[in-house]
Design a protein around this ligand. Sequence first.
Ligand SMILES: [Zn+2]
Length: 223
Amino acid sequence: MSRTVSFCFDDGFAATAGKVRALFEARGLAATFCVLAAPGETADPFIRAAPVADWGFWREAVAAGHEVEPHGWAHERLADLAPEAALAGFARTFDVFRRELPGFDPAAHACHLAYLTAPPGLVAGLAPQVLGVRQALGGAGLNAAVRPRVDCITFGDPADERLKARLDDFLEDEDGWLVLVLHGLDGEGWGPVRADTLARELDLLLAAGARIETVSRTLRAAA
Ligand SMILES: [Zn+2]
């Protein structure tokens, strides 16, 4: 299997999203933005601390070739909710995406779990409604095959060094599909990396012949 890397940017930070668009588009690449239906209702301190982009921005990002996909209603810890309440939250989230993103169909997109986790019963209820479910499955973000249960990895501080180390290991020793979750750039969000670090790692991956593709395009190509 050749090497593919997907970059997800969770939580929808506005300044980060603009920088990511510029970095990716300058290289002819697409990013996966994972955004909340109701970010104003979140209790997460990192999301409350920085402005998120609005739907006008996300429509432009989709038009430019990026994926904008559900990250849930307001970043709840899904294990703290009754399963019915959690699934109802995803249903409301999909309604917002259908209303705000013309042509959006949850069955054609991955769903990206807040805090990278959810109870197994909840995932079983969600999975038939979507193209894939992205969560931490214990494989350090490496998927040996393209399957609807998508493993991913994210990095706390110092995230620059951890991102670099993960990509070095991937290029030296591994094949398959690596799914990375970042939050903000240049100080925004949880575990931020510097924009220049991201630019350098994108260029190293491209120079090594790795494909950089969105999560859902990778899933659709394998379907
Ligand atoms: Zn998140």
